[in-house]
Design a protein around this ligand. Sequence first.
Ligand code: PHB
Ligand code: FE
Length: 322
Amino acid sequence: MSTTVAASPAVSRDLGYKTFSIGGFRFERDEYFAHITYPTGRHLMPIDAFLRALMRDVAWGFFYGTVNFDAVLGTVNHYGTVDLFMGLFNEAYRSSNKHYVETFDSAALKKVYEEMLDDWTNEGFDPFAAPDETGKPFGRKHGNNRAAIKRERLVANRMVGLKGDLGYRDTPVNRQFSDVPSDKPEVHAEAGFEGEVHAYNFANYVSRSDVTWNPSVVSCVKDSQFCATTEENILPIFHGNDRVEWFVQLTDEIIWEVADGRTGKPRATVVMKAGDIAAMPADIRHKGYSPKRSILIVWENNDGSLPERYKKGELKPYPVEF
Ligand code: PHB
Ligand code: FE
């Protein structure tokens, strides 16, 4: 493919959307698609899938490791800088030398991403919502949905409900969690320890989440973060781990498609039912499918030295040997 592909606009009609550029990348949208042109080629994604992935990459500050929007486009977080790539972890692109990567300051790419998400999200479409709980993203530009896309990732410093920490939710209980009880736990502390014991109804807190596939930190001890999330339909990204993460399936069922992190070659299908726990290795990518809204805890290790130690082979990509 020649560079002339990137030089001419992919979308020639004015539909009211802005075009965004950073380095050699250009992003354009039309009624149904995001078009990405770059010096060695062009790529497109359905606009709904693109906006859902973009929403996560923005809200999570590029997350841990790799956020694959699909089998071609994605970002690798180097915690300060970020690689924006096409085909970097796609064996077919790599073997024909068609991949393309540029590194940006995280703040610079985040700014472009935020502006693109804002301009391309029409009134009525919520990229964080389950497909059955939102309007459509298609057509010419009409309005915006700033209230939805400005949601911040909720992070408890110690634990939800502690004084000065993340508060309880007052959003309605989700339609699929009407059977989750809302009673408060009873705390009977030993005399003298009244100020040091805390409990809250976690299930009730989580069942009030109005977003999907968006882990929020509910408790944190040093680098150990419990990230709770409600899942419905499909995780909009293929997450490429740069460390081990643990999944604790609390209700219902998620089917995980697990592939090699670098090549995308399939490695496993993991069916997790309520009560199941799995460790996702540091060298894989995964995407979850949740037929009914379910509650998942993602247990993250926030230790910043881990990616390098896995890369060097100092740590094995899996945490246990059987
Ligand atoms: C993950 O990639 O580990 C992940 C991301 C979002 C979720 C759940 C899991 O909601
Ligand atoms: Fe993950």
